[in-house]
Design a protein around this ligand. Sequence first.
Ligand code: WTA
Length: 650
Amino acid sequence: MGHQIESILRENRSFPPSAAFRARARISDPAEYERLYRESLEQPEVFWGRVARELPWLKPFERVLDWSAKPFAKWFVGGRTNASYVCLDQHLTTHRRDKFALVWEGEPGEVVRYTYAELHAAVCRYANVLKARGVKKGERVALYMPMIPELVIAVLACARIGAVHSVIFGGFSAQSIRDRVEDGGCTAVITADGGWRRGKVLPLKPVVDEALAGLAGVHTVFVVRRGGNLIEWKDGRDVWLDELAAQASPECPPEPMDSEDTLFLLYTSGSTGKPKGIRHTTGGYLVGAYLSARFVFDLRDDDLYWCTADVGWVTGHSYVIYGPLANGASVLLYEGAPNTPHPGRFWELVAKHKVSVLYTAPTAIRSFMRWGDEHVTRFDRSSLRLLGTVGEPINPEAWMWYREVVGESRCPIVDTWWQTETGSIQITPLPGITAAKPGSATRPFFGVDAAVVDEHGNEVGVNQGGYLVLRKPWPAMLRGIHGDDARYVETYWSKFGGRYYFTGDGARKDQDGCFWIMGRVDDVLNVAGHRLSTMEIESALVSHAAVVEAAVVGRPDEISGEALCAFVTIGPGHSASPALAELLKEHVAKEIGKLARPAEVRFAEALPKTRSGKIMRRLLRDIAAGREVRQDTSTLEDFSVLARLRGDEE
Ligand code: WTA
């Protein structure tokens, strides 16, 4: 890590919010915004104290922040509340009681709706079943479920009784479940027989059985009926959750949780080492999720809000469940794949349910681009008013397509940067305020003190690349890694001597104070002494009409240190050829300079991705270098992709 990361991408388009959007936005007056933003940085305790008091507390907090044991923060010290109380009970005495909290559509097309009152009753029933089976406050419960309302209900039921939920994405293997159950010390598991995915029932309970084989410590496996697939039954351990819930009481008082009691663990895999159980607590997390959902998604009572993320990821925690429900929003939940039974499925759902706010990921956006505009445009999208993206840097090409084709140039786009660790959105446009720029997450959210620094922690100049750090604690920040305080300090706080939270991402800040995220610093390339961000070169490749998706990695090169190897997938109507490879190399040289000209372009049918849609560049590095893939592949979504890239027989 010698010198700075060079930034070579320049994108000058800018899209201020339209007058029509601003007229109804939650916040649209620049002076008010500036005042609030300044207050949030200069007097964070005043700002956050006021926001926190907008939520219901079972016992008021005495102090907003205790940062004396840095980097271990305490927010809303002495306060007691309950996450399910914040998401449900507070709405029962308002007009929202009979408003839809959840609108769910299964992959086969059935629709189920829950009002806030119904969701409250369903959560209480589950909570009573968990209690009756001996699940106690502080116990960890693993959830391995499809995207069905029962998943949301189970999450909130855990919260209601003070049990810590650890949601494991429904695509993980038995071994991954086992590792997470063991690491978290989980004593119960909630699962379903199976769920619908790509036109078939994907078994879940059998995977849990395999994961738990020979493992002591789990006293109960709660099973929800969904897939109707045959499953084995372990008497004494397994119970049907839906049957027991039907007989349980629809009232269950919320457990008064200390603001700093753990709400959930969520495992995230770094590029090395075992997955980290990121620990989030109650009060601060809720305040962060609540405020960001409110302002970033501009939530109003007449919205139907759809975040397409699976609840197995942090986005599903903060922006399917906690943030929107704390705001009393109506949330759409969809079980299945975006292209089942046809590539227009998402847009069909938007039209059918009249979705007004849509939050999805660049990887999905690029897939829709590849599948063709006609699958989008044949459905009515006039209900949409705001679009969001998260998970990876979005290349300007995809951003413009999202804006023009999906949003008909009418909807603002919020490109939101954050992490499992940050709990809530940290860098983002505010849709009624910020002039959005394609590819930039723009400005820090309230209370976020973000900076781009060099190796020594000094801020770099305008448009210079560097490390993205956060310099102040924020309410929804992780409180640690489960069972490993030392790793928490080492991973996030040691790089800059304990002064700043290190995000692991590279970024630059432009002349307007907008942040451009350049991806993980582990992925930075070193070509002839220049440190380049993969994301910028990929973005240049994707700006060529033939290219749908690209991943650039370095392979060892005697002369330049690293030579650039680009893996690209191409769109319909184009064919892979040496001539196209040459054209693409020239295209990059022209767009960003000879320095970034790939030494090699390889065509691929698909790129290896994690199950949350991030490209796994570390696997590509091995392939580019002709090495055996020695990396941990447990998070790879589709193993055949790897085999095809290596040229193996399938
Ligand atoms: C990347 C997902 C650029 C980034 C909420 C971060 C992004 C990691 C963006 C966290 C964005 C997320 N622009 N990069 N808008 N959003 N990232 O923990 O590298 O799954 O550090 O949380 O995703 O991923 P995680």
